[in-house]
Design a protein. Sequence first.
Length: 492
Amino acid sequence: MNIKFTSKHKPADTHFIFFFKQKEEFQLLSSSPDLFSLFSHINKTEDSLDGFRFYPDGKGKTAERIIFLELKPVKGNWNETFRRAGNALAKAGRSLSHLSASADFSNLTQLDAKPEASWFASFAEGFVLGSYQYTTYKKDENKKKKLRELIILCNELSGKTVNAAIEESVAISFSQIFARELVNAPGNELTPAELASRASKSAKEFEYKCTVLNKKQIKDLKMGGLLAVNKGSVNEPVFIILEHKPKGVKGKPVVLVGKGITFDTGGISIKPSAGMGDMKGDMGGAAAVIGTMEAIARINLPVHVIGLVPSTDNMPSGSAQCPGDIITSMAGITIEVDNTDAEGRLILCDALEYAKRYKPEVIIDLATLTGACVVALGDKAAGLMTTDDELSQTLILAGTKTYERVWPLPLFDEYAPQIKSDVADVKNVGGRYAGAITAGKFLQKFVDADQSWAHIDIAGPAFLDSQDQYLSKGGSGFGVRLLTDYLRTKVK
């Protein structure tokens, strides 16, 4: 896919013309007098302009078809406005058999903001993300013609600057699609070993490091949480270590930790059958971390970053852990397992302990951790838990910019008694109330008090029940753009 920004009109199979509504009147965002005349005529004769198609004839035509699309502003966020416009183009073109397209923004003077390169980078992002569909097992879908070239027309910015921004944005978007592919893959395909294999292939292709620890090595490290969750499975666990460190980069690393439960039945505390198929996506945190590592390697971001992914599935069997079991984590902290379906925190606590060896500047973990967070925030935002106000604000700003939004939840000490155990150092569940927060409090026990750390519960936005703008049903890859944008702030 070739996406370019230019001020010069080029012939294309499909020419997309954008317009927007201003004070009950429609305004064309093209500077072409001929298109303005056509638009004015259509505006008088057609009930709906959004998606209207016109087929030019005669000599001199520069496109097989012209399609009008409405630019629908998102309040206070021009990046998201253009991201959704890119998706609108992708959606409109999905049924077409065309190899080239152009998007006309040659007249933006009527918008109440000065155009920025980030608008068109976001447009390209929305187009790439909106074009994605999970078709691995649909043979006919894979035979359709793919769009090869998209030209974005605008004469108000430097083409060199905008094209550089587009190139980065497209690279990050394809890394998010990689994460979506991981989440959408069925559990019988994406075992822990396969997850490690795909991470390793990505690392080899984009030149970052990948080390995979096997079960024996995990045992040697005494990762009691990861081993306990794995007890019921025929698939051995893995611990994936990723590293991106460009030459010349110094200083403490940022460590990203992602929950890698490749399928979650709940274990002995088994889930209801309805909707259980979606639990193939319980490794959404792992996908986000692996996708982010690929993204920052693609754009060669000058920051030292470590990615840690503990991975297993959570299965019931005669050998599975049971409610009432007491396990010892890598940190030496004993845990009463009150519910085997609260397994994500058991594998994350070992990864958080392992992260300490890097003496990191910041640790951020992502996990599809609790249904309670979905009840609280739905699928429009992830829950953010941290005691570091500066880190919180930086992540919130990154979320606003990328529209992978996070919302702060408290970690008050008064929640800690809910995870107090009578027989161990801590219990893995805290009862009915504040379930997302007590999960965060559990993880906090495995982080040093002076460590800058954030926990992001992505259970809601990581796996969607239906299409949401440029994100199709299923795995969203939530976290890749959020974390990449956050990591840009760490560039020295």
